[in-house]
Design a protein around this ligand. Structure first.
Ligand code: PLP
Length: 440
């Protein structure tokens, strides 16, 4: 049997597919596993109790009439109308953006939205002056979310700018760094000036690093987007106002140049596969048209759960008072454990471990400077000892990592696990990394 070029592209063994398979298989193995590898959100009791109480309300009435009304009918391709109305009201109430229902479309998870957006704004374009032109999605700062990497139907159309690295303090302590957008390189990119960029995209907070681009960086990105008349796509999967896993000072803006993507996944509902796109009506129409062809209509169960929680601001309260504090606590614990294990390595590597300043999301990004092996090899050694992390090179989407040492020296670890798993996992990381530096 022969597959089309499209088929061949999507079934080929990408690095990340192999890695995800590895993670899944490891989870099914007999050996106990310290799972610091995945992107699954934590189960937080108070949050789950709230979902359970909405769920019970939906199931009431004649044969659970509210739930059946919702899941027994397709929505329009734009998505569940009640949920969209509740979102419009919620965003206008909290941010005064002046949205109407023409500004919001729903998708089956935000991953689904990125597939649409990257193919709408990246790939072959007809240009009246230049004929056909190949446009790319510009990632202003790599490392970025690995789930973007293979989203184009044909080829890969990303270009990314490696970060500037600034050594910073975190809560009065040394041993941290923060990535900054290298605007000198970005603003002088030939592709930007030649009309070869179709959109700019960044996640904020960023998966994998927990970096939060500053308001100033966002304003500069928006100015570039306006100047070249391309959309600025902001992936808000971990951002404000839900799940609001963000600890630094940041504001959220929207206007017609910006495409804001939200998700219900990191509030603890990844299985309902609900993504939310806030954009100008032309983009919303394009997403609805794609939905009709690819999905007929987006799923509605997440909409049923989230609508009442938006209407009375319970979702905001859960995010501010339960979800964010949970992850902030886990980030603090993980930093403490890492510093205990690796804060003081023997010379000449004394200060070799640096942690990206934890500003949000559900991960820590740890840099082992001058590590004698790549973190892909480190990943294998840790896996053999029952601890899973993700090595850094996969996250440098759009960057040639061959001669970029830093891209092979970092790991991402999830902090969504319970204290015991964090303790055991980080103890193993400490043991293995110490041995690697000692050349064992
Ligand atoms: N964007 C980022 C930064 C993510 O980390 C993820 C998932 O891990 C997604 C988007 C996609 O999430 P979902 O499709 O579950 O909304």
């Amino acid at each position: 049997m022969q597959f089309s070029k499209f088929g061949e592209k999507f079934i080929k063994n990408s690095g990340i597919l192999q890695l995800m398979d590895d993670l899944g298989n490891a989870l099914n193995s007999e050996q106990p596993i310290n799972m610091l590898g995945g992107g699954n959100p934590a189960r937080i009791d108070t949050v789950n109790q709230t979902y359970w109480s909405v769920f019970k309300t939906l199931a009431k009435g004649d044969m659970g009439s509210m739930a059946i009304e919702n899941i027994g009918n397709y929505s329009t391709p734009q998505g569940d109308a009640k949920f969209i109305a509740a979102l419009v009201d919620f965003f206008n109430r909290h941010y005064n953006w002046g949205l109407t229902t023409d500004n919001i479309a729903l998708t089956n998870g935000s991953q689904n939205a990125f597939f649409y957006l990257f193919n709408l704004f990246g790939g072959q374009f007809d240009d009246t002056t230049q004929g056909s032109i190949d446009k790319k999605i510009l990632l202003p700062l790599a490392p970025e979310y690995v789930g973007y990497a293979d989203a184009h139907v044909d080829g890969q159309h990303f270009i990314a700018v490696p970060p500037s690295i600034e050594f910073v303090q975190h809560q009065g302590e040394d041993g941290f760094f923060k990535y900054r957008v290298d605007f000198d390189t970005l603003e002088n990119l030939a592709e930007l000036h030649n009309g070869e960029i179709g959109a700019i995209c960044c996640s904020r907070p960023t998966n994998p690093t927990g970096n939060v681009l500053t308001d100033d960086e966002m304003a500069r990105l928006e100015a570039i987007a306006k100047r070249f008349d391309i959309p600025l796509i902001i992936d808000n999967a971990y951002g404000m106002p839900f799940p609001n896993i963000i600890y630094s000072q940041a504001t959220l803006n929207w206007n017609e140049q910006i495409i804001l993507c939200f998700s219900l996944s990191k509030i603890g509902l990844p299985g309902v596969r609900t993504g939310i796109v806030v954009a100008n009506p032309q983009v919303v129409k394009a997403i609805s048209s794609l939905n009709a062809i690819v999905n007929l209509a987006p799923t509605r169960f997440g909409a049923a759960i989230a609508t009442p929680l938006l209407q009375d601001d319970r979702l905001k309260d859960l995010s501010d008072n339960h979800i964010r504090p949970f992850y902030q606590g886990q980030a603090k614990l993980a930093v403490q454990l890492l510093k205990q294990e690796l804060g003081d390595l023997p010379s000449p590597y004394n200060n070799a471990m640096k942690i990206h300043k934890p500003e949000g999301a559900i991960f820590l990004w740890v840099w082992f400077k001058d590590l004698p092996i790549t973190t892909v090899e480190l990943y294998e050694r840790l896996k053999a000892k029952g601890t899973l992390i993700i090595p850094s090179e996969h996250f440098f989407v759009g960057v040639d990592t061959e001669n970029f040492k830093h891209a092979h020296e970092c790991i991402r670890l999830s902090i969504a696990q319970d204290d015991d798993t964090l303790k055991k996992g980080i103890a193993t990381i400490g043991e293995v990394v110490r041995a690697v530096y000692a050349n064992q």
